[in-house]
Design a binder for this molecule. Structure first.
Ligand SMILES: Cc1cc2nc3c(=O)[nH]c(=O)nc-3n(C[C@H](O)[C@H](O)[C@H](O)COP(=O)(O)OP(=O)(O)OC[C@H]3O[C@@H](n4cnc5c(N)ncnc54)[C@H](O)[C@@H]3O)c2cc1C
Length: 386
């Protein structure tokens, strides 16, 4: 394996995949390292909004989602205490993470990136002009080292790949909900394609979408207390669906295994350091009600290349500062809206008021959806305030 890379990217989710694609297209020597074997399933609602598509189009991947069989998504169906409200969702798509993440990595490899799977990366001490990264191969058990002028940490929600003295703290928001999800084979017609079916309960919410292969994807956010009662996630999910007035899919009643995530709402106080940048969920995340996480991750991935090019020549504190501002301008502001919404959804009384607004004045909520859907592309020059 080559020993010095221009950029080494840790994590092959949307943030790492897009950064690999963009850097490879700019002629950089890119190494992407992923600890799992691909394609892989991940807890996610699998919904893509307008911003996610705008980022892909800006990198020449206009048709990636449709070519993978992505299904059009045009409405959000909310269920609360047996009542329903529907909102229009312009320009949405559903595509399984197995297909999407794999397709993005294939595009990056086609553009010249190298990728290694089933390999865990850990960043070691900085040296003048490069960072040393330790790689552990899961197949052989062997450990090796490579160097990179810049490292991009796109390792997801609970990343542990930076040295302790440089990683800073990932601050978890008080009472943050936990994510959980599963996929089931459900052929009833309660959950048709084209909609996100969002069941809202007292202790969380569950979104159900029909994937391109006909399977039903479930992903939700749950209060921690709810997960520790009875049979954990399964009971909590059944409870939420029943409270919302949605039927529990037959396949779920057989004890389907749910995959859990760490606490969702968190913020990392270190998003850049000597020759590394942090991006995607690894830099901070807010509960998934608005379904924007992949758009945030893709946006950060698309913003990275100018910083990598500049940092390869000369790494400065100013560059680190501008990266932080870029994340704040492009992602932090969008996360603020999502944060406010997640606070509302934690209280049954405010949730009921919000539901009433959506039901009676759909135009108000549709204008919020359209503001969340507004495209904003990162600057090609690494200028944070474009
Ligand atoms: C319940 C739920 C529902 C959601 N619904 C939606 C939705 O509908 N729409 C949407 O846009 N977003 C949604 N999201 C958010 C979305 O899933 C994430 O925001 C998105 O996957 C973040 O991308 P990422 O590239 O930062 O990280 P990830 O997609 O998590 O990828 C990180 C990768 O890094 C790898 N990795 C970690 N550590 C290492 C290491 N040391 N070495 C090598 N590899 C490593 C991991 O294996 C992983 O593959 C949802 C999230 C949850 C929890």
């Amino acid at each position: 394996m080559q020993k010095l890379w221009d950029v080494l990217i840790i994590g092959a989710g949307p943030a790492g995949g897009l950064a690999a694609l963009d850097c490879a297209k700019k002629g950089l020597r890119v190494m992407l390292v992923e600890q799992r074997s691909f394609p892989r399933w991940k807890v996610c609602g699998c919904c893509f909004n307008n911003q996610a598509q705008a980022i892909l189009s800006s990198r020449g991947e206009n048709n990636l989602i449709e070519e993978c069989g992505g299904q059009t998504l045009d409405r959000l169906r909310l269920g609360l205490r047996g009542r329903e409200a529907t909102l229009a969702l312009p320009n949405g798509f559903v595509l399984s993470r197995e297909r999407f993440d794999q397709a993005l990595i294939e595009a990056a490899i086609k553009a010249g990136a190298s990728a290694r799977f089933r390999m865990t990366a850990h960043v070691e001490a900085a040296s003048p002009g490069y960072r040393r990264v330790r790689l552990k191969d899961h197949h052989s058990g062997n450990t090796s080292h490579v160097n990179a002028r810049v490292v991009l940490v796109a390792a997801g929600l609970s990343q542990h790949c930076l040295p302790k003295n440089e990683a800073g703290q990932s601050r978890v928001r008080k009472q943050s909900r936990h994510g959980a999800g599963c996929v089931v084979d459900d052929d009833t017609n309660h959950y048709p394609s084209g909609a996100i079916h969002m069941a809202i309960g007292d202790q969380g919410y569950v979104g159900l979408v029909r994937r391109e292969d006909g399977l039903l994807n479930l992903a939700g956010a749950f209060d921690r207390d709810a997960l520790s009662q009875g049979q954990g996630t399964m009971d909590a999910a059944h409870q939420i669906l029943k409270q919302a007035g949605f039927p529990v899919p037959q396949a779920l009643q057989g004890g389907q295994r749910w995959q859990l995530t760490a606490a969702l709402s968190r913020h990392s106080n270190v998003v850049a350091g000597e020759r590394f940048l942090v991006m995607g969920d690894a830099a901070g995340y807010v509960e998934p009600f608005t379904g924007e996480g992949m758009a945030w991750a893709l946006t950060a991935g698309a913003a990275a290349a100018p910083f990598v090019l500049e940092g390869m020549e000369r790494w400065t504190r100013n560059l680190e500062k501008r990266w932080k501002t870029t994340l704040q301008v492009h992602i932090g502001r969008r996360q603020t809206v999502c944060k406010a919404l997640s606070s509302v959804l934690k209280r049954p009384a405010t949730t009921a008021v919000l539901f009433e607004v959506v039901k009676r004045w759909p135009s108000v909520s549709e204008s919020i959806v359209s503001s969340l859907n507004k495209e904003k592309l990162p600057s090609p020059q690494g200028d944070p305030c474009l």
